[in-house]
Design a protein around this ligand. Structure first.
Ligand SMILES: [Zn+2]
Length: 76
């Protein structure tokens, strides 16, 4: 069987979370990710942007959503 060649398989396209081997799904600002999910272990050289796989992106979305809800509550 020939290996399937993916057109965009450069470095940096993998999920930036330590111990996660998933393919990156979304590229996000490392700062934002750190703020939203501080307990997420990011790689040693995250740079300004980081890729998250679908699973971790969901986690990130969940947290940011929650934060937004809390924000709204605080304003009421
Ligand atoms: Zn991941």
């Amino acid at each position: 069987m020939a290996m399937k060649h993916k057109p965009r398989e450069g470095r940096g396209d993998k999920c930036g979370v330590v111990d996660c081997k998933e393919q990156g799904h979304k590229s996000l600002s490392t700062k934002k990710v750190k703020q939203a999910v501080p307990d997420l272990k990011l790689g040693s050289n995250p740079g300004k942007r980081i890729h998250l796989c679908k699973t971790h992106y969901k986690e990130f979305k969940k947290k940011t959503k929650k934060e937004r809800e809390l924000d709204r509550l605080a304003w009421e």
